[in-house]
Design a protein around this ligand. Sequence first.
Ligand code: PMV
Length: 360
Amino acid sequence: MTEKDFVPSSYTVEKSAGTVRWKSPSNIALVKYWGKKEEQIPANPSISFTLNTATTTTSVKYKKLGIPSEIFKFDFLFEGSAKEDFKPKIIQFFKRTQRYLPFLKNYHFTIESSNSFPHSSGIASSASSMSALALCLVDLERELDPGMTTEFFNKKASFLARLGSGSACRSITGPLVQWGDHVETEGSSNLFGIDYPYRVHPIFEKYQDTILLVDKGQKQVSSTVGHNLMHNHAFAKERFAQAHRNLTTLKGVFETGDVTTFIEIVESEALTLHAMMMTSLPYFILMKPNTLEIINRIWAFRKASQTHVCFTLDAGANVHVLYPENEKAQVYAFIEEELLQYCEEGGHLCDQVGSGAKKL
Ligand code: PMV
């Protein structure tokens, strides 16, 4: 498919007013997307677990204007209050998507959004919020074009979410979504995320993710700035090649349930992401001393307990602790006993792999 496939030709139904509402999850990358080209095209393919509990709920109330507007007309409310400072990001999203959603200037929208996790938790909300907004808008489009298939609906929602925030394209379905051209993954695309198309061992279907809130502060580096640091990065070429190789290795891992190799790839990916930031110009250290304490505790516990707990990181100090469901009691007791002391006010969120966004 190409971008053109997402430009609609005509609509069969007229809609003057209504509301659409979606709840969309966050996701955690196992192979990381870090580096992009124009229009949110990834420099390397990535794969993530869709989460279940960390979600954004968005409703879009639409009302047809008498005459189409010159500018995008909308109000935005976050957790019940008007939020002017969020509007530029939405305007940018509308600008990038208007070619694919030609009705945008025909309506006034009231967009209301809320998160299942505290906004200032350091949990990135762009994946869940941009995917929820994209889903609402494709849902409105489906009302204008009721013949739209579910397959196309999901692809277009992912395609549009990508234009809002790259990783958001991996939040439409679940439990595993791959995004970015990878020769060994049939159907993979730079334009949208796809359901991982091969066999997945049941151990990965209910994987647990306990998110440890080490630092609830604002991000030190926005992801846009971070991605751009991969242009002219000394190690970029090798890093992008490594992501392709890791995806190929994961294919066998997912099929057989080889958790040991899974851990090796996932932890290496997390540390590589941070290594890229530490070796860019300008350079950044996003981990905090407590991030390293947690990682060392996880390694010591894993060795002593023979469990399969591991960690991954986003572009920040928080730690995602990943483990199989059948080890939940033992690993969670360890988290409570040893890891929560390193979290800001003990902050953490218990999540697990989920099946994707839901219409409300
Ligand atoms: O979607 P963005 O542009 O915020 O980038 C997110 C990148 C990482 O979270 C660091 C990695 C990933 O693949 O999700």
